[in-house]
Design a protein. Structure first.
Length: 805
RNA sequence: GCGAGGGUGUCGGAACUGGCAGACGAGCUGGACUUAGGAUCCAGUGCCCAUAAGGCGUAGGGGUUCAAAUCCCCUCCCUCGCACCA
């Protein structure tokens, strides 16, 4: 009778060994079964090891993966490592250990940690982006992009740390200074490899309609792409044959354009230097603007600044009047044409600028008071002071004006995107070498496909040189090579790829991870793609998603993948915070180590808690107490084996409960409402304990439903009680909809909106039958005495509502 | 500023399509068992009043409805994303 205690370490080790030995979760090569591809973002193997955020996503999709297998799908649930990256390089520099060794050590640790949590990954398909067998194909994809004109070199300003003397990614610049040394960061123009993601902007936007991403993820993608419709308009520059081209979304307000503003870097400023009479002032302003980081230009600049280009005037093509031209850093060179027509009456930025510098404000859309603030409403406004546009609504005026501009030849309809091309170069060591060679005669020449991968050479020093070139530039025997085209001496590109590269296609490699001849075979890709469900952190829902969709669309266009979109469905989980409600980090000292938890309460309790902790998409603080509550739950489940009574089916008193539970848990898993699924199982477990008994059939069902969340303990109990072959080989249970409702239901009785009684009636009771039960209640009738019943509402299975006067 | 999502006990959070607000867990209070309890079990736990009956309660105010946490309007607050994007 007295069962042995629940020893989590023993049980978890035992089942993990069995799963491994049996290859229980390997995706099958048999393609006759329907497939299901569940994907989580692969981790960056940092030196800190796994943190409690990883298991939240992993457990959620592990539940889905385990359930799908039981539903008869051939499931691919893979794992790998996003192993190139800066933290490893920095660690290597500091400790004088090769990044490859650091990476290997970290991966080994991650692997052990992940295995200790019992995830049902197909471990035979592990990928590692820093493995030459993997990055060979990252380089290959880059060459394809290059071949198709989507990779090009450009001079662009990068964040330059004056103290470390290296280029920094935007995310490495914190508050305008270098994240690592606190040194000053300035913008420095460098030649960088770029990828033309902008060419795919429209399709990246349109195809969002074809996928099931959480709405807020779609919104983020749309915002980032930032499509806006409008027109480009040319303004003649008086006394020259030059034109200033602007982009505007409000061509209807052209009559109200009273001045123009150029970005300080605009080329016209230099071209027309001779005409500008206040050149010194202009130069001073440009220098000041250049010194400002993007951060200062945007976040801090509340007050508008600028200087006029004296001697230079433009002509408003609508009014024919001369208007002044200014430069100001509120106009960005990187958006639109780097120049705007300023309509202070109807744009709040222009209005602020005009007020500050006393420029004329003309009302061209009626509806507000342009002396007080810019009137920007486009729905109610009517055009005034605008010649042939007078009396039109804003949308009509926009159309009319664009047509007019096109007829005049001074403007065209135009769409602009905020999305910029992707800066693809990094001046670092620990990344994929860009497989190109520069030859004096032939220019940039791709390394032939059969020579891939271009291996990272071993170096002594991983520090970039004074000019900010990659550490690879310091290795002459690697840099110096011959031109693949003409055989003349040539030099290798020394930039490496960003972290985003390897993660932009890893889900393809999982489909065919050991293929030496191809990135992945079309046969495998046709079967497995697209990813059916992809879950990851909210922090990756813009860039990573956009980049990988871009690569995927490109590969689709050139015939290497079978689908235009990589992910059918994408969800995101909330962050797990420290017990103090702050983000978990070593410096805050609030890090929870999963290893300790696995040791103390076990992987199953950990997994249950990660799911029970709260709504899946919300950020939530960790609670050691809450974790204990989940351990107690599993112990109560463990002790149910002492309450077992005969009966392979459900007892009458629990029949409805079990069907309801099966339905609720099944649906809640799908809707990612893991917390309520766990709560429902806790509730039923409590009821078994209250009843002091549980039939074998009821216990079996509970274990089955709980298995995806707590796979070890449920398999162990299943075996102890003797339910046959292990749960992971069973089919997912079904429920009978008819049996999810009791024959007799309790409904509330309201009198004037207040609940006065609860009566039990048959679930199909007619209103008359229900009324009979209701009127038998003294608690109800006493509220009816001396009153007139005005109305009675009866909603079967819900409520009986009486209105009296 | 724009976009999205929120505001429910002491805390994390439940509540289908408008139908008994507070499931489940934590915490707390009391009791049992105990050498002990940071173990386990039992009971209680929104607020007011309290013997009961009753009343009040989902950020605040108004509305629709037999019925509102849920729908509509206004106000306040919080989180996330984007942010001088023309």
């Amino acid at each position: 009778m007295a069962t042995r205690d629940y020893n989590h370490s023993e049980v978890e080790k035992k089942w993990q060994d069995i799963w491994e030995k049996e290859g229980a979760f390997k995706a099958s090569p048999d393609k006759s079964k329907p497939k299901y591809y569940a994907l989580i973002e692969f981790p960056y193997p940092s030196g800190e090891g796994l943190h409690v955020g990883h298991p939240r996503s992993n457990t959620a999709l592990d539940i889905i993966a385990r359930k799908r297998r039981m539903e008869g799908y051939n499931v691919l649930y893979p794992i790998g490592y996003d192993a190139f990256g800066l933290p490893t390089e920095n660690y290597a520099i500091k400790n004088k250990i090769h990044p490859r060794i650091v990476t290997e050590t970290n991966i080994a640790r991650f692997r052990n940690q992940l295995k200790s949590l019992g995830f049902s990954f197909d471990w035979s398909r592990e990928v590692n982006t820093s493995d030459p067998y993997y990055y060979k194909w990252t380089q290959w994809i880059f060459l394809k992009l290059y071949e198709h004109g989507l990779a090009y070199k450009a001079e662009i300003p990068i964040n330059w740390c004056t103290s470390c003397k290296i280029g920094l990614a935007n995310e490495e610049v914190v508050g305008g200074v270098c994240e690592r040394c606190g040194g000053e960061v300035v913008r420095k123009v460098k030649s960088q490899w770029m990828l033309k993601i902008t060419e795919y902007a429209q399709r990246l936007l349109d195809d969002l309609d074809k996928v099931e991403y959480l709405e807020k993820i779609k919104t983020q993608q749309r915002n980032w792409i930032g499509r806006s419709e409008g027109a480009e308009v040319d303004f003649a520059v008086s006394g020259t044959d030059k034109k200033i081209r602007v982009f505007t979304t409000r061509p209807d307000t052209l009559f109200g354009a009273t001045y123009m503003v150029l970005a300080p870097e605009h080329h016209l400023v230099d071209e027309e230097r001779g005409r500008i009479t206040n050149w010194d002032e202009v130069v001073a302003y440009r220098e000041m603007a250049a010194r400002k980081s993007d951060f200062e230009r945007t976040e801090l600049a509340k007050e508008k600044t600028g200087v006029p280009l004296r001697g230079l005037n433009a002509i408003n093509p609508a009014t024919g009047k001369e208007i002044p031209v200014w430069i100001s850093d509120y106009v960005l060179m990187s958006y639109g044409t780097g120049a705007i027509m300023a309509v202070p009456g109807h744009d709040s930025r222009d209005w602020e600028f005009a007020k500050k510098f006393n420029l004329p404000i003309v009302e061209v859309v009626k509806g507000g008071d342009v002396e007080k603030e810019a009137f920007v409403d486009t729905e109610s406004g009517i055009l005034v002071n605008s010649g042939f546009l007078n009396g039109l609504s804003v949308p009509d005026a926009i159309e009319t004006m664009i047509n007019w501009l096109e007829k005049q030849g001074t403007g065209t309809r135009k769409v602009h995107y905020k999305l910029r091309d992707w800066v693809f170069s990094r001046q670092h060591y620990w990344g994929e070498p860009i497989p190109l060679v520069y030859c004096e005669k032939c220019g940039w020449v791709p390394v032939p496909e059969e020579e891939l991968p271009v291996l990272l050479p071993d170096v002594e020093e991983y520090v970039p040189n004074e000019e900010g070139e990659s550490p690879l530039a310091n290795i002459p025997e690697w840099v110096n090579t011959t031109c693949p085209k003409c055989g003349a001496p040539a030099k290798r590109e020394t930039d490496t790829m960003p972290n985003w590269a390897g993660s932009s296609w890893y889900f393809l490699r999982y489909c065919d991870p050991h293929n030496d001849n191809e990135m992945a075979s079309m046969e495998e890709l046709r079967y497995w793609m697209p990813v059916d469900w992809y879950n990851g952190g909210m922090e990756h829902t813009t860039l990573h998603l956009l980049y990988s969709r871009f690569w995927h669309k490109f590969l689709y266009d050139i015939g290497y993948v079978p689908t235009p979109e990589p992910y059918k469905k994408r969800t995101s989980h909330g962050m797990i915070l420290g017990e103090n409600g702050e983000k978990m980090s070593k410096s805050r000292g609030n890090v929870i180590n999963p290893d300790d938890i696995v040791r103390e309460v076990g992987a199953d309790s950990f997994r249950v808690y990660e799911m029970f902790i709260g709504a899946f998409d919300q950020a939530i603080p960790w609670s050691q107490q809450g974790l204990k509550g989940c351990r107690r739950f599993l112990e109560r489940v463990w002790r149910l084996q002492d309450l077992l009574v005969r009966g392979e089916g459900f007892s009458p008193e629990f029949e409805v409960t079990m069907h309801k539970l099966t339905k609720k848990v099944s649906l809640d898993y799908e809707r990612m409402k893991f917390n309520t699924a766990v709560a429902a199982m806790m509730e039923v477990t409590n009821r078994f304990h209250e009843a002091g008994k549980v039939t074998r059939g009821e216990f079996k069902r509970l274990l089955h439903l709980l298995n995806p969340v707590a796979p070890h303990i449920t398999e162990e109990l299943w075996e102890i009680v003797g339910f046959g072959k292990p749960i992971y080989k069973q089919s997912w249970p079904t429920w009978d909809e008819e049996k999810t409702v009791e024959d007799t239901v309790e409904i509330a009785v309201q009198v004037n909106g207040k609940v006065r009684a609860v009566v039990a009636v048959s679930r199909e009771a007619s209103q008359d039958e229900a009324r009979e039960a209701v009127m038998a209640e003294e608690a109800v009738t006493k509220h009816l005495e001396g009153k007139t019943v005005v109305k009675e509402v009866y909603i079967p299975q819900k409520i009986y509502s009486i209105v009296v006067k």
